[in-house]
Ligand binder design. Structure first.
Ligand SMILES: [Zn+2]
Ligand SMILES: [Zn+2]
Length: 321
């Protein structure tokens, strides 16, 4: 009871999970698990990231009425897209691999809960052997270090990042000229967070290139546009595989129904549109189930092609763990 009380004070949102967990005796409430071959996958939430105004971020140069209508047609808020923050933990042999680290304290209390939620998967941060970064945006790399002390939060983990991504963020002046971003303060924040975290990990940093296989179970595929080194991950074991498509998509509505709308945070929006269409096309063609960082919890599903665009079909889930 003492533990419940303490958790209630610190993180009210988690109290219900703990209560339910104690009531029905399962250890996976608030997590979602599955396997790929011999690998155990656990989705752990870092929280969520409400994005508004929608048009500025998701639909530059598109009529605002059309944007609102697109969302309302799916019974979704016309003024906000609420991004899930789905972090994947892989357990295989002696490996405990996190794909991305959540936002840390960068965006306030709605996100940055990966570290505490990891405990529900029975792990502490020091048990993590590898952190694999899909890219260095703050909602993916922000949780690598403590915001105040700058210390690495996963002290025993090697940190994997694509070479292109490192070169971009560590350049004297990262090139945003192919983006629609105009907010200088926002761009400065992106650069500062990426640099601070990459530099903090410099003694544990391991670079990967397009096509490299890592740790015996991952193949990294650079899928550029969102950022220059943005990578998707093929997770494989035996005859099974699953794609983690990272930030190829952000909204289960707009990114699928209008894959050619400009996403403002893409560093090269034209390339991002091309890459988005290619990857969604491949997922639809192969009927592959995939996982994405920002799609509604727990982030698993399929793309169905409808002419030149797509529809998101979430995995049907009957139980929460
Ligand atoms: Zn991103
Ligand atoms: Zn993201």
């Amino acid at each position: 009871m003492k533990r419940l009380f303490l958790i209630f004070i610190c993180i009210p949102g988690v109290w219900f999970c703990t209560f339910a967990q104690n009531s029905i005796g399962h250890g996976h409430i608030g997590l979602y698990t599955m396997t790929v071959g011999e690998i155990k996958l656990t989705v752990i939430t870092d929280g969520h990231l409400p994005v508004n105004p929608v048009q500025a971020e998701f639909a530059q140069r598109i009529d605002s009425t059309k944007v609102a209508k697109t969302l309302e047609n799916h019974f979704s808020s016309p003024v906000e897209v609420d991004l899930a923050m789905n972090v994947l933990l892989l357990e295989w042999g002696d490996k405990r691999i996190l794909i991305d680290t959540g936002a840390g304290g960068i965006f306030g209390n709605d996100s940055g809960h990966l570290g505490e939620n990891l405990a529900y998967a029975g792990l502490s941060p020091k048990d993590v052997t590898d952190v694999v970064l899909t890219h260095a945006h703050p909602d993916h790399i922000g949780g690598l270090t403590d915001k105040r002390s700058g210390e690495l939060l996963y002290p025993n983990a090697d940190v994997w990042i694509s070479k292109e991504e490192c070169i971009f963020w560590l350049a004297d002046i990262p090139d945003f000229s192919k983006s629609t971003m105009t907010d200088k303060t926002h761009m400065q924040m992106l650069v500062q967070v990426a640099r601070r975290n990459i530099n903090a990990a410099k003694n544990r940093l391991r670079m990967y290139n397009d096509g490299d296989t890592l740790l015996g179970c991952l193949q990294m595929l650079v899928a550029p546009g969102h950022t220059p080194g943005h990578s998707i991950v093929k997770i494989y074991s035996g005859n099974e595989e699953l794609f983690h498509i990272a930030d190829i998509v952000h909204s289960e509505i707009i990114s699928f129904e209008h894959p050619d709308w400009i996403y403002n945070s893409d560093t090269d929006y034209k390339m991002a549109i091309k890459t988005r269409k290619e990857i969604l096309g491949k997922m639809a063609e192969t009927k592959s189930m995939f996982f994405a960082y920002h799609l509604p919890w727990p982030g698993f599903g399929y793309a169905i092609r409808k002419g030149k665009v797509f529809v998101w079909q979430p995995l049907r889930i009957a139980i929460p763990y």
